[in-house]
Design a protein around this ligand. Structure first.
Ligand code: FES
Length: 161
């Protein structure tokens, strides 16, 4: 297969990459753009370590061929900060120690961010369903859930904020 040049918008910045059409987006981000927040776990769309958003939808970047991205806007964990600091959800993960080794954390936060953007106040069952594809080898699931719920609570004003 021959290499082609593809325009790629990532975290609001325009890039061009020259790769084979079936090159997974994960490797384009990591090897060509040096955005290493998305991780390689299984390579089969099963673990969620590689999650990014494309036009606001959480996608497994290990299973997205660069040729299929088109003019979609890719957002990675590196682009989620607010005003040079952590996003509210990133801050919540820190406050709730919602990680063990941290390998899965970018993927967890990307998936949860996509959920909260589309559904600002999901209930516990909805959060669990949405996060079902994000595995954590350290089993920090209760802390991850608490972190996401704390942000969902804030958006609904339940905590008085
Ligand atoms: Fe993509 Fe596991 S590396 S889902």
């Amino acid at each position: 297969m021959s290499r082609e040049t593809y325009p790629l918008k990532v975290n609001g910045e325009d890039h061009e990459v020259t790769v084979e059409p079936d090159e997974p987006l994960l490797w384009v981000l990591r090897d060509h753009l040096r955005l290493t927040g998305a991780k390689y776990g299984c390579g089969e769309g099963r673990c969620g370590a590689c999650m990014v958003m494309i036009d606001g939808t959480a996608r497994h970047s290990c299973r997205v061929a660069i040729a299929s991205v088109g003019d979609g806007h890719v957002e990675t964990i590196e682009g989620l900060g607010v005003n040079g600091g952590l996003s509210p959800l990133q801050e919540a993960f820190k406050q709730h120690t919602a990680f063990g080794c941290g390998f899965c954390t970018p993927g967890q936060i990307v998936t949860a961010t996509a959920l909260l953007r589309s559904e600002p106040n999901p209930d516990r069952n909805r959060i669990i369903r949405a996060m079902n594809g994000n595995l954590c080898r350290c089993a920090a699931y209760p802390n991850i859930l608490a972190a996401i719920e704390s942000v969902a609570d804030k958006t609904s004003g339940k905590d008085g904020s």
